[in-house]
Write a protein that binds this ligand. Structure first.
Ligand code: COA
Length: 339
């Protein structure tokens, strides 16, 4: 307008040229629950569970192993692994569907426990895809300039939300936490994310009721997770292989350049189907954490990475394809270089 001083252009935010994973940590609950214990509540057998899912045992948290405690323990290990001090963390992201407080976010408590009260802190609700959503956002934050170091934690206590008498879910879900520190890098260490959702399939995996229905019910009960397993199985086996190939393509690499394949640990047969559909060469190490850990939703990928590293199947500098998928149906995949 005539006579008014033009508004100065805002200074653009600017971050690091590249982002990468700087450290990894995990926390596995102490209680090991074999199939023989789970089948006490359902009409099933150890053999059926092993054959149809790959699971031999899982970890369930004790009363002391709260979501907060497990998140902090995994985060401390990731910080130690990265060499980054908690006070250098600018943002804490917790991916979870197990925090039973509507607000505030669990991440604020975790940031406080870690001694990084100045950090931005919030939770992400993208179910089993949450960890990869967190890594994608962290990468963009570091490159965009809103944070230099981001702690991404995937943490769940699904044993609490699982009906021990539901044949379709009782043997699958489990507890644990995993974390990574994302920070600046000299070269790209986190490839472009391929992500999305399909709300038409909202009902395939969900809480049985919402909290208002629970509270107005004559006999209130925990809104356990319910799942149409077979439909999820088909969707994941076919669609997620395509998503994985897109993530490789967007990162500019092919299956022969991969060292590790780390899909969400939902079912070993889904993992096999994806690996076949993507034509992964035998040289690619495949995560099988589900055998001893069960399906820990948002925690499953960092837990699986941790086991692969511990067992020597994955090394620092390796290239890994992560694919996470679950309720929503939400999904996210990216290629990363391991810390
Ligand atoms: N124990 C023994 N038998 C069982 C069973 C159990 N826990 N659950 C189902 N069955 C039986 C069914 O009754 C059916 O019997 P029938 O052939 O005589 O009718 C048979 O096994 C096949 O049932 P179905 O539901 O088709 O099993 P499935 O092969 O799809 O396996 C899951 C079930 C849950 C293991 C599988 O669907 C799955 O893993 N889905 C994806 C789960 C997942 O990834 N969830 C999380 C995403 S985050």
């Amino acid at each position: 307008m005539a006579g008014t001083t033009p508004r100065p252009a805002l200074r653009p935010s600017a971050g690091a040229p590249h982002a990468r994973l700087l450290g990894l940590g995990a926390y596995r609950p102490s209680r090991v629950v074999p199939n023989s214990e789970v089948v006490l509540g359902i009409d099933s057998t150890d053999e059926w569970i092993r054959q149809r899912s790959g699971i031999e045992e899982r970890r369930w948290a004790t009363d002391d192993e709260t979501l907060r405690m497990m998140s902090v323990a995994a985060a401390r290990r990731a910080l130690e692994d990265s060499g980054v001090d908690a006070r250098q963390i600018d943002c804490v992201v917790v991916a979870t569907v197990s925090h039973f407080m509507q607000t505030p976010a669990l991440a604020t408590l975790v940031a406080h426990d870690l001694g990084t009260d100045q950090a931005a802190a919030f939770d992400v609700s993208a179910a089993c895809a949450g960890f990869c959503h967190g890594v994608a956002m962290a990468s963009d934050m570091v490159r965009g300039g809103s944070a230099r170091h981001v702690l991404v934690i995937g943490a769940e206590r699904l044993s609490e939300q699982t009906d021990p008498h539901d044949r379709g879910t009782a043997f699958i879900f489990a507890d644990g936490a995993g974390a990574v520190v994302v920070g600046p890098g000299d070269e790209p260490g986190i490839g472009p994310v391929v992500w999305g959702s399909d709300g038409e399939q909202y009902d395939l995996i969900r809480s049985r009721e919402d909290w208002r229905d629970v509270l107005t019910s004559e006999s209130p009960r925990m809104p356990h997770l319910v799942m149409q397993g077979n439909a999820v199985f088909r969707w994941a086996s076919f669609q997620m292989a395509k998503t994985g190939l897109q993530a490789l393509d967007r990162a500019g690499i092919g299956v022969d350049d991969l060292d590790c394949f780390v899909p969400h640990q939902a079912n070993n047969r889904i993992t096999d189907a994806m690996a076949r559909a993507m034509k992964l060469p035998d040289s690619v190490a495949i995560a099988r954490d589900i055998v001893h850990q069960g399906n820990t939703s948002a925690a499953s990928i960092p837990l699986a990475l941790d086991r692969m590293r511990e067992e020597g199947q994955a090394r620092s500098g390796d290239t890994a394809l992560l694919i996470a998928f679950g309720a929503g149906l939400a999904y996210a995949a990216q290629v990363v270089v391991l810390p």
